[in-house]
Design a protein around this ligand. Structure first.
Ligand SMILES: CC(=O)SCCNC(=O)CCNC(=O)[C@H](O)C(C)(C)COP(=O)(O)OP(=O)(O)OC[C@H]1O[C@@H](n2cnc3c(N)ncnc32)[C@H](O)[C@@H]1OP(=O)(O)O
Length: 508
């Protein structure tokens, strides 16, 4: 392998990624993701749809191509097409796209059983589609669908196909492990066969994750001299998905010193947008983009970070626009707690530190989630403060729920020593409560009120019999995101407790 190979990334979130069960993007979402991929992440190429799928898909491709053409990016937009005479070429051309990724059959059994053609007939059909696409001024790449089975079971078929197409001006031969059956050793063996026989052809490799080997296989392909890789954001894709761009980028850079165009500082943000549009939640432990992958949990690790960053690897969160966090729970020692206090600008003496640590461990033992924003409350509780220093105190409130009537809330609250009272209706009891609060903050006090960006209700695990619910609310205030937690037997009351904590935080 060269010392610093240059690797081209083709992202297929908008084609194969949309083949994730239950995922469907509407045109403006496709356009937004296309822009983020090309402009922000700077991937080399994007595949945005399959031809012929639907009118909506045609509209989406058109929107993306119009936008890309205005920015001279049209050659970087690709659409998958079929060996169907003029139909796919015309569909793709009419949508404004100038690159077709032609789906040919890369295994004998697909050709024989699905298309019911001989290899020679298939080559003839493909050559006529390629010639027609070239007539219409389009570039052609070809997928050898099911190549991994083909090269294993029918290599002569695969070589016959490539031999029959290599003089047609096809730009890239894209080799998919369509069913995710290969392991890295096989990828190296089969790719090297291809490279040896066709040293001058450009090969892309397209992995699937059925055995959780997509990323490893992609890297094996790079080791074998492949110059192009297919990825998706968050590893979306048919069945178990494709190779996730974030992981591929990190490994290419850190393990192979490979050169890509990817701006990794945007990976996290783009992953969040795709998470939201796709509705597929990113697992908390997903490398690079998972919520907890930059959180140190063990106290010994936090202590080591204080002493010359002993527990940091090359995956520094700042590279990806993220920050290191230190979890609070039963395994957090003083060092974890001190790190959290530092971020809040708080300091404690040794004795108070010991008491607060003990309380956090006790809460952790009960499987309760402790957030950084809980710390000031734990401190005031442990150090026997009665909450008198809280600048916002809920004095009383009343919420109603009645069949056929909108829920109502009335509350009385003290803010910085002054008492305010308000009422409101809402779509639910908590909504009515927040609307009444907003009236006070925005109407009476002429102040901003944080935006609620997430609301998660869980039952804390651990077999407790008193059926507590835990509400964790994520807020955005002055471009700062933070979470507060409320615990109560009643869901509305848990949310109200989390809200009052939030109000005290913004008063700090
Ligand atoms: C590697 C991959 O992931 S490939 C992903 C390809 N993309 C898609 O499949 C997009 C979603 N698909 C669709 O919307 C539809 O399947 C369409 C519009 C493409 C075709 O729809 P339909 O005409 O209803 O056919 P259907 O969905 O049953 O597909 C099977 C037909 O495609 C044919 N076909 C399969 N592969 C190919 C190919 N590479 N080129 C041409 N035709 C093909 C089959 O032979 C079969 O034809 P037949 O009905 O004459 O026997």
């Amino acid at each position: 392998m060269e010392n610093h190979p240059r690797i081209e990334i083709m992202d297929t979130t908008l084609r194969d990624g949309e083949q994730t069960s239950g995922v469907s993007f509407v045109p403006h979402e496709k356009l937004m993701i296309a822009r983020l991929l090309l402009e922000d992440l700077k991937v080399d190429r994007i595949e945005v749809a399959s031809a012929r799928v639907s009118e909506g898909e045609f509209g989406a491709v058109k929107m993306i191509c119009d936008w890309a053409a205005r920015r001279n990016m049209l050659p970087r937009v690709e659409v998958l097409g079929f060996v169907d005479g003029k139909v796919s070429v015309d569909w793709i051309h009419d949508a404004g796209c100038r690159v077709i990724n032609l789906l040919t059959k890369g295994s004998e059994k697909h050709c024989k059983y699905q298309l019911q053609k001989t290899l020679d007939e298939h080559i003839e059909d493909i050559r006529s589609v390629v010639a027609y696409a070239h007539e219409r001024d389009m570039d052609v790449n070809v997928y050898l669908e099911d190549w991994s089975n083909g090269i294993k079971d029918s290599p002569d078929y695969v070589f016959g196909l490539v031999d029959g197409l290599r003089d047609t001006g096809i730009k890239r031969f894209m080799l998919p492990d369509t069913l995710g059956i290969l392991n890295p050793l096989q990828v190296i063996e089969f790719m090297r066969k291809m490279k040896k026989r066709y040293p001058d052809l450009h090969f892309d490799f397209h992995a699937h994750n059925d055995y959780d080997l997509a990323v490893s296989n992609v890297l094996a392909a790079v080791l074998s001299g492949v110059k192009g890789l297919h990825t998706t954001i968050n590893g979306l894709g048919e069945r178990a998905g494709n190779a996730p761009l974030a992981s591929v980028q990190a490994i290419l850079k850190d393990h192979f010193h490979a050169i890509t165009n990817i701006d990794e500082s945007r990976l996290n943000d783009v992953s969040r947008v795709v998470e939201s549009y796709s509705g597929v939640t990113i697992p908390a432990n997903k490398p690079i983009v998972g919520e907890s992958v930059f959180t140190q949990v063990a106290g010994v690790h936090a202590d080591g970070d204080n002493k010359n960053n002993l527990y940091c690897n090359d995956l520094l969160p700042e590279r990806f626009g993220r920050v290191r966090e230190y979890a609070l729970g039963k395994t957090s020692g003083k060092a974890n707690i001190r790190k959290n206090l530092e971020s809040l600008g708080l300091e404690l003496d040794e004795d108070s530190m010991r008491k607060v640590t003990e309380r956090i461990i006790e809460l952790g033992d009960r499987k309760e989630l402790v957030t950084q924003e809980d710390l000031p409350y734990i401190i005031s509780d442990v150090l026997k403060h009665d909450g008198a220093q809280n600048k916002v105190k809920l004095l009383s409130y009343f919420v109603t729920l009645a069949q056929g009537l909108k829920p109502m809330a009335t509350l009385s609250i003290e803010i910085n020593g002054k008492v305010y009272q308000e009422s409101s209706s809402g779509d639910g009891q908590y909504d009515a409560f927040v609307r009444a609060l907003r009236k006070i903050y925005k109407g009476t006090l002429n102040r901003k009120f944080p935006m609620l960006t997430n609301y998660a209700v869980t039952i804390p695990p651990g077999g407790r019999t008193d059926a507590f619910v835990q509400t964790v609310i994520t807020w955005n205030y002055d471009n700062r995101e933070f979470r507060t937690r409320g615990l109560d037997a009643d869901q509305t009351e848990a949310a109200i407790k989390a809200t009052i904590k939030m109000l005290n935080i913004i008063e700090e």
